[in-house]
Design a protein around this ligand. Structure first.
Ligand code: NAI
Ligand code: MG
Length: 498
């Protein structure tokens, strides 16, 4: 057993020792065909626990449960907005009450530091429930005048739930991404089938237990751990009305194609390759700190990380030296070790992929100012934070989403040149500008084709803010008040006043 870790809370131990099943219609059940898969601790490469693996038959069962829970007359459809609001708030408080437990589970399953999980992933997940608890009672329509000579009408709009939502999420923020899908969906009265990532199913399963404890009616949220085939079965299913996906652009394209079967609604939050632009007139200390946070946050496994640095010629050497020194000072180690600044990557696959990109860049003549193309240590999926210079726009490290602690830096001279380079990507999720000239900062910010633009900061965030991508970074926006639009259908009602 991997659970010799003496820091583990009793609640985490007991969670790990119980069978990990599917949540369907308010019951914990095995997969129909009895299949399971192993989830691994990326710091030690040990198997944590076996988890039930949902197949297409289980997807059928979950769709029946979610449809039954959605149908008019069900306890869920009859719940008043105020009661829904109170329930959401209660779940947020329950997450907070179990924050240490969630943080440890996330550190075990994903590898990230326990404190990072608690203060980031878990705290934000709880806050999401409370933020959307406020919206449950405020989903209003409008009344709209009509001009038909000689007749009188009362026309108005209603916001109604879409139906059964399949939420398919990745492994970089396992609990938080699950909440990104579940919370807006149930706020608007939908029911949900969540498929966690195969690498990190544990915190979603613990959340499922708390949802039942809080009193969420059976079938409103169903949880089906599994691999891509489980996700594909959900996307193909005619009983699913909407797919909300976060993950790779490659799978996002498959989902868009597959969803055409019954023209289900699709929202996609996909990859990124964010440009981070530092002008000569920036506050260089702040810009260096922002480049380090923006580049290496969450072990580099974050879709809005600033992985492409563009630095104006006059400060290029100073910024490169600053970022490289900071990168070298980052201590990589087990997420349970309080001395660690950065944990491992999530999986062997991701480890090999990231090291392969660094090796490829070196083979093409790039220079490593910090980091290495070799693994750190002989156990676990660790990679040293890496800064690469002498790169060009055609190299794979510059064009591809690497999803590891790898940042490239390229010098530039003019604003037009850097805007063209920054926008020269299929992605458009995030971008950033550092300049103490407010004209430069806002003008360049407006010229960057990205869903989120940070000026003189990076990763500043709130659940109140919409997020999503331009171009191949996705369809739709999540969170904030805009985040509810994708989870509702707008109904127009026209009554003749006779
Ligand atoms: P992925 O896109 O394959 O997986 C994300 C989720 O989609 C998982 O739950 C997976 O089981 C599911 N899935 C896979 N194939 C599916 C299909 N055909 N239909 C429905 N669902 C399917 O991402 P993966 O393989 O874990 O990572 C590969 C790369 O994708 C990463 O290296 C990174 O570059 C990128 N990525 C981007 C993320 C983002 O937030 N933008 C998150 C995770 C990965
Ligand atoms: Mg995959």
């Amino acid at each position: 057993m991997p659970n010799e870790n003496s820091a583990l809370l009793p609640a985490v131990r007991s969670f790990l020792s119980a069978p990990k099943q599917l949540l369907i219609g308010g019951e914990w059940v095995d997969a129909k065909d009895g299949r399971t898969f192993a989830t691994v601790n990326p710091s030690t490469e040990e198997v944590l626990v076996e988890v039930a693996y949902a197949s297409a038959v289980d997807v059928d069962r979950a769709v029946v449960a979610a449809r039954t829970a959605f149908e008019s007359g069900s306890p869920w459809s009859r719940m008043t907005p105020r009661d829904r609001s109170h329930l959401l708030w209660r779940i947020g408080d329950l997450i907070d009450a179990h924050a240490d437990e969630f943080a440890q589970l996330e550190a075990l399953d994903n590898g990230k530091r326990v404190e990072a999980a608690r203060d980031g992933d878990v705290a934000t997940s709880a806050e999401l429930f409370r933020y959307f608890a406020g919206w449950a009672t405020k989903m209003e329509g409008t009344s709209i005048p009509m001009s038909v000579p000689g007749r009188e009408f009362h026309a108005y709009t209603r916001r109604e739930p879409v139906g059964v939502v399949a939420g398919i999420v990745p492994w970089n923020f396992p609990l938080l991404m699950a909440c990104f899908k579940i919370v807006p969906a149930i706020t608007a009265g939908n029911t949900v089938i969540l498929k966690p990532a195969e690498q990190t199913p544990l915190t979603a399963l613990r959340l499922g237990e708390l949802l039942l404890e809080a009193g969420l009616p059976a079938g409103v949220v169903n949880i089906l751990p599994g691999f891509g085939d489980t996700g594909a079965a959900l996307v193909d299913h005619p009983g699913v009305d909407k797919v909300a996906f976060t993950g790779s652009t490659e799978v996002g394209k498959k989902i868009a194609a597959a969803a055409s079967g019954n023209l289900k609604k699709v929202s996609l939050e996909l990859g990124g390759k964010a440009p981070n632009i530092i002008f000569n007139d920036a506050d260089i200390d702040a810009a260096v700190a922002g480049a380090v946070l923006g580049g290496y946050f969450n072990e580099g496994q974050c879709c809005v990380n600033g992985s492409r640095l563009y630095v104006q010629r006059g400060v290029f050497d100073r910024v490169v030296e600053g970022v490289a020194a900071a990168a070298r000072a980052i201590k990589v180690g087990d997420g349970f070790d309080p001395a660690s600044h950065m944990g491992p990557l999530v999986s062997k696959e991701q480890h090999e992929k990231v090291l392969g990109y660094i090796r490829g860049a070196v083979a093409e003549g790039a220079v490593l100012n910090a980091g290495s193309a070799d693994a750190v240590g002989d156990r676990g999926f660790f990679v040293a934070p890496t800064l690469i210079t002498s790169v060009n726009e055609r190299m794979a490290v510059q064009t591809d989403e690497i999803f590891g602690p790898v940042v490239t830096a390229i010098p530039f001279d003019t604003e037009d040149e850097v805007v063209a380079a920054a926008n020269n990507t299929v992605y458009g999720l995030a971008a950033g500008v550092w300049s103490q000239n407010i004209g430069t900062a806002h003008r360049v910010g407006a010229r960057l084709r990205a869903g989120t633009v940070w000026l003189n900061t990076w990763h500043a965030d709130d659940v109140t803010l919409p997020r999503g991508g331009f171009k191949q970074s996705g369809w739709g926006r999540e969170l904030g008040s805009f985040g509810l639009d994708d989870y509702t259908e707008l109904k127009t009602v026209i009554a003749e006043l006779r």
